[in-house]
Unconditional design. Structure first.
Ligand SMILES: NC(=O)c1ccc[n+]([C@@H]2O[C@H](COP(=O)([O-])OP(=O)(O)OC[C@H]3O[C@@H](n4cnc5c(N)ncnc54)[C@H](OP(=O)(O)O)[C@@H]3O)[C@@H](O)[C@H]2O)c1
Ligand SMILES: [Zn+2]
Ligand SMILES: [Zn+2]
Length: 349
């Protein structure tokens, strides 16, 4: 076993503080990774604050992990020591259900094991995430990072990246389509980059007028300020697909008239129960509301390779591990451009 310095929250109303966890000795199929960078996802905040009532304390968040291979189990032949690798939102699944058989471990019928706050056979009984110096993960759940990508900018690809890439691919986004990305945060800014790279006309739909220039710099062809109801009315029926990344309950129906006939709005924000659904914009347009959860391991590798080919990384602000509590406050105030990434290697001893 190895000790790993980390930052953990010990209660829903406590800040994250220095802590230590142990990592198992690598088994035959394991990869021991020295973590260099870890992105900060809004889901980390939901868990640290126990928003969903299922946090096991102490919690060590972090599921946008990039690092280098420190050691390999005897059966791992396709990675080498020092290689740059990554870990995303989950570190295990049943490996044999119909979802796992079809490379959709995120929908494992037995439930996947999340990178943090999941039950584990390791000491402590819980998985501990990437706000830590090192991690041991089964090879199947370890990704290869293209060498031409900046490792810090690549870290958010492991959640914000795949969570936006997967639905855009699933709903067949391509040239000739108009896609609206709702909410310009960590997920939203990746949604713009991917929709644009897939060839679609891409519109940023935001409540923050001051983000318009940035949205265009990130690749949006247009910006729709959702608080401007006259502008919204003009765009009715224009969109093939909407990717909704808003992280809190809101009136989802209010976006549906933007869709063309047969259009789909995919919700990826963890909004839980929301206000009453109005069926009229669904019926009068055969429109759909859907959801999507991250992406499987095969698709995550495909997304990383796509990023390597198209030179796509996240726009990030690098922080020290010690700055994490302030970063959480800023994210809750929508004050982040557009993902915080913790420099674990340099700031966590
Ligand atoms: N489905 C999945 O697999 C998956 C994976 C990762 C994360 N998530 C979830 O996705 C959500 C977004 O995560 P994130 O990391 O992108 O968050 P984030 O960086 O905080 O960005 C969210 C953006 O949504 C907009 N927004 C925030 N509060 C709003 C409100 N009350 N009403 C309307 N718009 C609001 C803001 O954009 P504007 O200023 O442009 O309006 C904000 O920048 C979270 O709930 C997270 O848990 C889901
Ligand atoms: Zn995440
Ligand atoms: Zn399974």
């Amino acid at each position: 076993m190895t000790t790993a310095s980390c930052f953990a929250a010990h209660a829903s109303d406590s800040p994250l503080v220095p802590h230590q966890v142990t990592r198992r000795a690598p088994g035959a199929n394991d990869v021991h990774i020295d973590i260099e960078f870890c992105g900060v996802c809004h889901t980390d905040i939901h868990y640290a604050h126990n928003d969903w009532g299922r946090t096991v304390y102490p919690i060590v968040p972090g599921h946008e992990i990039v690092g280098t291979v420190r050691a390999l189990g005897s059966s791992v032949k396709d990675l080498h020591i020092g290689q740059r690798v990554a870990v995303g939102c989950f570190v295990d699944s049943c490996h044999h259900c119909s979802s796992c058989d079809n490379d959709m471990e995120q929908y494992c019928l037995s439930g996947f094991t999340p990178t943090y706050n999941g039950s584990s056979a390791d000491e402590g009984g819980v998985t501990y995430g990437g706000y830590s110096k090192n991690i041991v993960v089964d090879r199947h759940f370890v990704l290869k990072v293209p060498e031409n990508l900046d490792p810090a900018g690549a870290a958010p690809l492991l959640c914000a990246g795949i969570t936006t890439y997967s639905p855009l691919k699933h709903w067949g986004v391509k040239a000739g389509m108009t896609v609206g990305v709702i909410g310009l945060g960590g997920l939203g800014h990746m949604g713009i980059k991917f929709a644009r790279a897939m060839g679609a006309r891409t519109v940023m739909i935001t409540n923050s007028a001051h983000k318009a220039a940035d949205a265009k710099r990130l690749g949006a062809d247009d910006v729709l300020l959702f608080t401007d109801q006259a502008a919204v009315a003009k765009q009715a029926g224009q969109f093939d697909f909407l990717l909704n990344t808003i992280p809190s309950p809101h009136d989802v129906t209010s976006y549906m008239n933007l869709l063309k006939i047969d259009g789909t709005m995919c919700i990826v924000g963890s909004i839980g129960p929301t206000s009453e659904l109005n069926s009229r914009p669904l019926i009068f347009g055969r429109r759909s509301i859907a959801g999507s959860l991250v992406g499987g391991i095969k698709e995550t590798q495909e997304m990383l390779d796509f990023c390597g080919q198209h030179q796509i990384v996240s726009d990030i602000e690098i922080i020290k591990m010690q700055d994490i509590n302030h970063a959480y406050e800023r994210m809750q105030a929508s004050d982040v451009k557009y993902r915080f990434v913790i420099d674990i290697g340099q700031s966590l001893s």
